[in-house]
Design a protein around this ligand. Structure first.
Ligand code: ZN
Ligand code: ZN
Length: 152
């Protein structure tokens, strides 16, 4: 994971200005594991920057992605999620609670995908969907509770 210093350095290296808003977004995203949505980051940024627009959040996230500081996940189809870990890994989206979590990818799989095409592959996104272990567990507990209730 990058540091704020590395982050600002990489933005500067792309010939872009370091604004307090850009640094603010870097600080919010650094070390996050929860894959916040763009809307969530917008709400959080508004607390420090009340006049910030959603368009700024979006354009800044594009800059951070180009600088290799962020992955923009389109796992949802309607909303985008931010992941400050630029290393390749797969993502899991729970259809029930909507959580987005990381799945490690088998070693060498990105290389294999790259080798399987004559076209240049810049990024690889792997999205998995289903019902997460927490939702499955709470459904099972609920079902068990119903069974228990019936037997009493
Ligand atoms: Zn879930
Ligand atoms: Zn991730």
């Amino acid at each position: 994971m990058w540091t704020i210093e590395e982050g600002t350095e990489r933005i500067r290296n792309r010939g872009l200005k370091i604004t307090s808003q850009r640094v603010g977004i870097l600080k919010l995203l650094k070390n996050r594991k929860d894959h916040p949505s763009a809307e969530q980051i917008f709400r959080e940024m508004k607390q420090s920057f009340p006049t910030i627009s959603f368009a700024t959040i979006y354009s800044t996230s594009q800059i951070l992605q180009e600088a290799g500081l962020l992955q923009i996940l389109t796992i949802d189809g309607q909303r985008v999620f931010f992941d400050p870990d630029p290393a390749p890994h797969a993502h899991y989206r729970c259809r029930k609670c909507g959580s987005v979590s990381d799945i490690p990818m088998p070693h060498g799989i990105i290389k294999k995908i790259r080798e399987s095409s004559d076209d240049e592959i810049e990024t690889v996104h792997v999205y998995c969907y289903g019902k997460c272990r927490h939702c499955s567990a709470s459904e099972e507990a609920e079902a068990a509770g119903v069974r228990h209730g019936n037997s009493c």
